[in-house]
Design a protein around this ligand. Structure first.
Ligand code: 5GP
Ligand code: MG
Length: 184
């Protein structure tokens, strides 16, 4: 039987199996690059929490984890353009090699803002890892160093990504039925 959430999904874009295989590959690539460098995996909450948990276990390098929370969407599917930090770093990142872990790179507003912010806090290097990339919507000159999947210009949920804070625990990446948005 379908879960109550799965009944709201119109189609699956990336399956659980595809996610697992790609995250494993990305972890191995990051291992090769960062072994011996004690990087700081920095998850951009909330959307990247599932990807972060899988990625750090797929990359068995000596490393640390940190979290920052930002908000730019305010319960809609359109970015407001301004990025607010709602939970700041809890440690000094001076001289650290950062691996920013994002759920999706869309307009690029969030990562453009965060990159400047982390450089101003003294980061030694910044590597951007995003699970999903929607290049068709980019307005800022930001590219990911590592990207899991390129997705079309559709609003996606699951594997950490939400619509109005829901659907984060759907285990794959999918698109919602149009009536779900209009009923909200
Ligand atoms: P950007 O600042 O690049 O426009 O957007 C980045 C953030 O917007 C992402 O980290 C994510 O939280 C949110 N976002 C962008 N596109 C989508 C989408 O298709 N689905 C969901 N759930 N969030 C999105
Ligand atoms: Mg995000």
């Amino acid at each position: 039987m379908k879960s109550e959430m799965e009944q709201d999904i119109l189609k699956v874009l990336v399956t659980e199996e595809e996610l697992k295989a790609r995250v494993t590959e990305m972890g191995a690539e990051l291992f090769e690059k960062f072994k011996g460098r004690n990087p700081l995996f920095l998850s951009v909450l909330k959307g990247s929490f599932v990807f972060m948990a899988d990625l750090v276990r797929a990359c068995q390098v000596q490393s640390e984890v940190e979290f920052i929370a930002v908000s730019s969407y305010q319960n809609s599917t359109q970015s407001s353009g301004t990025v607010q930090i709602t939970r700041d770093l809890q440690q000094d990142i001076t001289g650290r090699e950062l691996i920013i872990v994002e759920d999706i790179l869309d307009s690029g507003n969030t990562l453009a803002f965060l990159k400047d912010y982390f450089m101003s806090k003294g980061a030694k290097s910044i590597t951007i890892v995003t699970l999903l990339d929607k290049p068709s919507r980019r307005t800022k000159a930001i590219t990911a160093d590592y990207s899991g999947f390129t997705v079309p210009d559709e609003f996606v949920v699951g594997y950490g990504l939400d619509f109005a804070q829901k659907y984060r625990n759907v285990p794959y990446i999918g698109v919602l039925k149009p009536e779900v948005y209009s009923n909200n």
